[in-house]
Design a protein around this ligand. Structure first.
Ligand SMILES: [Zn+2]
Length: 430
């Protein structure tokens, strides 16, 4: 039986509130909501970060199982640690592998954690750090080399390094070209414009709203590409977010406190610290992991953290596993809205106000994510539309891990092992 195609477009940091309150800004998304099924409130995963979230979306598993527990790796000596860029970091089976095994063609455009994967047409997301500096966007080794060179040759003039909004314009042009000329069975697209604007200017800023409008236009271009290709009638579309964001104005530098306790050693004159730590915080922005090594009094560590301004909740290691977070952590600590964690030492104080003049530099934000997914008004959202999707329907609440299994159902595929998430029945026609 011939299955319909699937195009998944991730609009990074799109929340339920965007579609519920700003519908006028997104005529194309509004049309999709009318034509398809709007899954209104999607609860994210611990921590609500981009890489763990996209990996949960595509595997149907929580980070504790798929292994991508954070955006970046624990590398205390580096100001900008490596990200979980590579497919080999994913310990569960992503849907693109299942599709490929079934003989389907696959394509991905900046979909996180796909570098070195076997996706047929892949522009992998791999970059030096998260302040979107002007450096080489993708390495040839990590993507499909011939495809990358071809795309860069045709559309490279659209981008200015990895700066937004030009990066999303470049990615959209590449995806449009591929939808038209390669007509993949499964296409995954990740657009980051709005997330960048929220980090820099705030969650509900004019800049973020302008980005949302731009994204709406890009979604329309991507859909039009399938009409041009003649594949529109056989294509299901999913437009989803991975998490929302929360405005912040204060930072918590837990490692500064740990240094005072003698649990780690700062590098002189730098905000990094040495590899001989016994207790260390590893930030997820709205939350932070705390790891310990050797003989450490966990009660004492917890007591020290509990005394810090802006700490909302401390989950111990066993609780963190139940929440689907890193099984290796000693604690998972949650900040109150308005606060976020850094990994830095040698700062003026443990809790520090964000200097507005510093916004846009490394780890200086107006909005962040990475909190627990149960923060109020913090849901992400998803729209499904296409020949196998119910028309004019809504679904109230699901979990992020339910999305991959729903994609699998739409493609007629099965993950090789049971997933934490289940297909969202309210979306499927049959
Ligand atoms: Zn994100």
């Amino acid at each position: 039986m011939k299955r319909n195609k699937l195009v998944v477009i991730s609009l990074d940091s799109m929340g339920f509130r965007d579609l519920n309150e700003l519908r006028d800004l997104v005529p194309n998304l509004a049309q999709l909501i009318e034509k398809g099924t709007w899954v209104k409130k999607v609860q994210g995963i611990f921590p609500t970060l981009t890489y763990p979230s996209h990996t949960s979306i595509i595997t149907g598993q929580y980070p504790a199982v798929h292994g991508v527990v954070n955006n970046t790796k624990l590398q205390p000596r580096r100001l900008s640690p490596d990200w979980y860029w590579y497919r080999k970091d994913v310990k569960a089976t992503p849907l693109y592998d299942v599709a490929r095994e079934a003989g389907m063609t696959t394509a991905a455009f900046l979909w996180p954690v796909t570098a070195g994967s076997k996706i047929d047409y892949n522009l992998a997301e791999i970059f030096p750090n998260r302040i979107w500096t002007n450096q080489v966007m993708v390495s040839l080794k990590a993507s499909s080399p011939w495809f990358l060179m071809q795309m860069n040759h045709r559309y490279g003039k659209l981008r200015h390094g990895i700066k937004q909004p030009w990066l999303d314009d470049f990615i959209t042009a590449c995806a449009v070209d591929t939808l038209k000329n390669k007509q993949p069975d499964l296409t995954l697209i990740h657009l980051v414009d709005m997330d960048s604007m929220r980090h820099r200017y705030g969650v509900r800023s004019d800049e973020a709203k302008a980005a949302l409008q731009r994204l709406d236009g890009r979604v329309a271009r991507l859909i039009r590409a399938t009409k041009d290709a003649g594949t529109y009638d056989q294509t299901n579309f999913v437009i989803l977010g991975d998490h929302y964001q929360i405005n912040v104005d204060k930072m918590i530098h837990l490692n500064q406190l740990f240094a005072k306790q003698g649990w780690l050693t700062p590098v002189d004159g730098k905000t990094t610290y040495k590899g001989n730590w016994r207790v260390t915080a590893k930030t997820c922005d709205g939350e932070t992991y705390v790891y310990t090594r050797g003989n450490v009094d966990l009660g004492k560590v917890k007591q020290v953290i509990a005394g810090v301004e802006g700490v909302e909740h401390i989950y111990d290691g066993a609780e963190a596993v139940k929440l689907g977070a890193d099984p290796k952590c000693a604690f998972l600590v949650e900040a109150k809205p308005g606060y976020y964690f850094t990994d830095e030492v040698n700062r003026p104080a443990v809790v520090e106000k964000v200097d507005p003049a510093s916004l846009g530099t490394h780890d200086r934000y107006h909005g962040v994510h990475g909190y627990g997914p149960n923060q109020p008004n913090y849901f992400t959202t998803a729209i499904f539309a296409g020949p196998d999707v119910r028309e004019g329907a809504t679904v109230e609440g699901v979990h992020l891990v339910d999305e991959g299994p729903t994609f699998a159902a739409l493609l007629g595929l099965k993950y090789p092992a049971p997933t934490a998430g289940q297909p969202i029945r309210g979306v499927l026609k049959k």
